[in-house]
Design a protein. Structure first.
Length: 462
């Protein structure tokens, strides 16, 4: 059973109520027991006093009467204030108060003596009670026994009982208050954490995440809050991507316009250089030839940029990947020999296998990867090309070089448009490659270790 906050609060209230009731019952039982024992003791002393008084009244031996009177004084303890023995003529013949011996009873006591004959034995005088007990032995009226009984001890018991109840109530109040403080601190602390986290979020910090240790409604609150933060974070990232896309779109439109405007004067300059080369001497021709090469390079960069901005039109047809790779290598083999780069191949696909791809676009992608590998190995090195199938039946094309590699902090941006680690180029080669392979329904991965080379892998479904 899950202990929800509601159940915990109910349990605490029931526990406090049960504790209060139990303590009150315990104090009541204790008080009743003390009162019962006190009354039993008082009644025992009263019975002993009555017995001794009767013996004193019927005794003829004077020495025995003195002994009985001594015992009577001994019983004059707390609760029984005074014991008087009165004869039939309302004269006090013996008393625990020697000063009253021989005196006649007061008017109130005399009235009570007469009332005792009618069955009324008790009267109250202040905080004391007067009790008259007629003594009749063998049909002969011997006199009366007068007890003066105080209720101070019973009042003290009742007062102590009331004080005990008050103390118990105060104790329960203190315990309840401490329990309420503990409960409030326990359940307001996580709420304060949520409030503080909400303020952080309102200030723009979407990295906040609440730790969850509870197992009640507070847990649900924190889980909902963390889920809200994740959604807000995703929404912010989406908004940033949208703004970046709009920004790049605006820049792209402007850049394409500028690229077209650049291409027109480039054509004119190229034609003018061709015209000047026909009329120049050998030294001038060499200078014009270098100008011509730079014009071609600039025209190629403009062409690549314009090609990246155009929508791709994929035309798939069955292609022998071995033939496609060999055609691409034929374009760069001479350059590889000049740079001292050795190219090895490991074709693990069946010679009759043909993959459904756009031949020209994949060839362009392979060409871009090979050019990047050449630029990463200015002092020569090796390139290894591998083709195979994975366990899911997808085609894998892997190109690995032994070049300088890429720094770890640049790996996350390697496929971003216009990002490049080289001094030359626009940084569109890998971005274009990724776009082409993804249009085929595949993916591209780039792995690199600085100083040990890089590996580019195409994974495409059949």
């Amino acid at each position: 059973m899950q202990w929800t906050l509601n159940k915990k609060l109910i349990f605490i209230m029931v526990a406090l109520s049960a504790t209060m009731i139990s303590m009150i019952l315990a104090f009541n039982l204790y008080s009743e027991r003390v009162l019962y024992m006190t009354l039993a003791s008082k009644m025992g002393r009263l019975m002993d006093s009555t017995r001794i008084a009767i013996e004193e009244m019927t005794s003829k031996d004077k020495s025995q009467r003195i002994s009985l009177l001594r015992d009577l004084k001994r019983l004059n303890s707390e609760g029984i204030r005074e014991i008087n023995i009165i004869d039939a003529s309302t004269k006090i013949t013996a008393s625990t108060n020697p000063g009253k011996v021989g005196q006649t009873t007061t008017k109130d006591i005399t009235e009570l003596i007469f009332k005792s004959e009618l069955g009324e034995f008790v009267s109250k005088e202040g905080r004391n009670y007067n009790i008259i007990i007629p003594v009749v032995v063998k049909g002969e009226h011997q006199g009366y026994i007068h007890f003066v009984i105080s209720t101070d001890d019973i009042a003290r018991i009742l007062k102590a009982n009331i004080l005990s109840r008050i103390m118990a109530a105060l104790l329960i109040l203190v315990l309840g208050t401490l329990g309420a403080i503990w409960l409030a601190s326990r359940y307001t602390r996580p709420i304060k954490e949520v409030v503080q986290a909400a303020r952080s979020v309102a200030a723009g910090d979407l990295e906040t995440e609440l730790s969850i240790t509870e197992k009640d409604e507070i847990r649900e609150l924190k889980e909902s809050f963390n889920q809200m933060i994740r959604r807000l974070s995703d929404l912010r990232k989406l908004e940033e991507r949208v703004r970046e896309t709009e920004h790049l779109s605006t820049i792209g439109e402007l850049s394409r316009t500028i690229a077209h405007e650049i291409r027109n004067p480039l054509n004119f300059i190229s034609l003018s250089v061709d015209h000047l080369m026909d009329r120049s001497d050998q030294s001038s021709r060499e200078l014009l030839q270098r100008i011509k090469q730079e014009i071609r390079r600039l025209d190629t960069l403009v062409g690549n940029y314009l090609s990246y901005g155009k929508p791709l039109k994929i035309t798939k047809r069955p292609v022998d990947l071995r033939v496609l790779i060999e055609d691409t290598l034929s374009l760069v083999r001479a350059r590889a020999e000049r740079a001292g780069i050795a190219i090895t191949k490991d074709y693990q696909l069946d010679p009759s296998f043909k993959a459904p791809v756009d031949q020209e676009l994949i060839k362009t992608c392979l060409f871009n990867i090979l050019l990047n590998a050449f630029q990463a190995m200015p002092d020569g090195g090796t390139i290894r090309i591998t083709t195979r199938k994975n366990s899911d039946g997808e085609v894998i094309i892997s190109i690995r070089d032994s070049g300088t590699g890429v720094q770890k902090e640049d790996l996350d941006r390697i496929f971003e448009p216009f990002f490049t680690t080289k001094q030359k180029g626009l940084g569109l080669g890998l971005a274009m490659t990724k776009r082409v392979v993804e249009e085929h329904g595949g993916k591209v991965t780039f792995e690199s270790t600085e100083g040990a080379g890089s590996t580019v892998t195409f994974t495409m479904p059949l």
